[in-house]
Ligand binder design. Structure first.
Ligand code: SAM
Ligand code: DTB
Ligand code: SF4
Length: 364
């Protein structure tokens, strides 16, 4: 049985990533089988509960207000709308719902209270509930935990070095702090990143160093292929090859053996054969539904057909960790503290992101 190591070095991870492909696949698939059922895949449905208008400058993101993209923004959804969508997701085979909001950070107040109610509502449907709402303080993470949140997604996105080329409005260390705040609660951590943003293979390895040396390691690691959206600073980025995705998935499986490796954005560009290789290499989760947050994703029916062809079945909820209990708002032991997360690099600017902002202004 392979042991979980928290001292991986970049050199070791690069050596794994660059192995002859057949060696890499064999090693990853062997480790995958030691820790997971290779024939089940967790299906999670994304719900964009608040879309667009985000003040951040993440260079890949169509929801950043400063870029000129074609998405339709929305205010925070109602609890009833979320419940209806969660029920639909459950009936089509999802065991988890991930609610995303285009926020820089969580702010205490009525909108956060509404999100807490959404968490309670979905947990009561016996589904795993995940949220990705930007930065959170420890008190906010505790309130989410108390409402019955199962997982919190906050990605490192890239290596610490390349991160600085993509995002200026918050730092890598701010992200680590949010992950740390979540870790202080019973909520599991979901953290991964994006490949295909122009980073080097060394940056992919660097991101895996940062994730694998967290102790405990994240319970879930999404690997996204960049969806290059027109109007964002990364609009002209060439799509990555499937081999890069397979190598990244396999390497993640080897260095973070117990995690759910989530084959995330970019599946519309992958063939079934390509995705099958990713599952063989250790991916055991996907996002289902014809939309991710704002960009397209394969139809659920296509995914279910793929599962049939590959003999895969869908993972039941709460098999890795018990279902949390939801405490009602009136019984909560936590107060609104009105805290703001720290911001480590207030004056830092990325030229490419500034140019995209200027271009968006001219186009308006
Ligand atoms: N606003 C919150 C935040 O940034 O933490 C939550 C939502 S954000 C859209 C969640 C993650 O989606 C990002 O960290 C990034 O990894 C991924 N993402 C966003 N846009 C993407 C794109 N165009 N292609 C691939 N992944 C993307
Ligand atoms: C993650 O790592 N990928 C998902 C989820 N976590 C929130 C989001 C992908 C978003 C892709 C771009 C979009 O659809 O807006
Ligand atoms: Fe905002 Fe999140 Fe998009 Fe960054 S990734 S611009 S924080 S929605």
């Amino acid at each position: 049985m392979s042991v979980v190591r928290h001292n991986w070095t970049k050199e070791e991870i690069l050596e794994i990533y660059n192995k002859p492909l057949m060696e890499l696949l064999y090693e990853a698939a062997t480790i995958h089988r030691e820790h997971h059922d290779p024939n089940t895949v967790q299906v999670s449905t994304l719900l964009s509960i608040k879309t667009g208008g985000c003040p951040e400058d993440c260079g890949y993101c169509p929801q950043a207000a400063r870029y000129h993209t074609d998405i339709k923004g929305n205010d925070l959804m109602s609890v009833q709308q979320v419940k209806a969508q969660a029920l639909r997701a459950k009936s089509s085979g999802s065991s988890r719902v991930c609610m995303g909001a285009a926020w820089r950070n969580v702010k205490d107040g009525p909108e956060f209270d509404q999100v807490l109610e959404m968490v309670r509502t979905i947990n009561k449907l016996d589904m795993e509930v995940c949220c990705t709402l930007g930065m959170v303080t420890e008190n906010q993470a505790q309130r989410l935990a108390e409402a019955g949140l199962y997982a919190y997604n906050h990605n490192l996105d890239s290596s610490e070095e390349y991160y600085k080329e993509v995002i200026s409005t918050r730092g890598f260390e701010d992200r680590l702090e949010t992950i740390d705040n979540v870790r202080k609660t019973n909520v599991t951590v979901c953290s991964g990143g994006i490949i295909g943003m122009g980073e080097k293979v060394e940056d992919r390895a660097g991101m895996l160093v940062a994730l694998s040396t967290l102790n405990p390691q994240p319970e879930s690691v999404p690997i996204n292929a960049l969806v290059a959206v027109e109007g964002t600073p990364l609009e002209e980025q060439e799509p990555i090859s499937i081999w890069d995705m397979v190598r990244m998935v396999a390497t993640t499986r080897i260095v973070i053996p117990e995690t759910q490796v989530r084959l995330s954005a970019g599946r519309t560009q992958m063939t079934r054969e390509g995705q099958a290789l990713c599952f063989f290499a250790g991916a055991n989760s996907i996002f289902a539904g014809d939309k991710l947050l704002t960009t397209p994703n394969p139809d659920v029916s296509e995914d279910m057909e793929m599962f049939k062809v590959l003999g895969l079945s869908t993972q039941k909820p709460f098999i890795k960790k018990m279902q949390p209990e939801s405490v009602e708002a009136k019984d909560s032991q936590y107060q609104h503290l009105g805290e703001k997360p720290k911001w480590s690099r207030p004056d830092y600017k990325i030229e490419r992101n500034e140019e995209a902002k200027q271009k968006a202004k001219i186009l308006k």
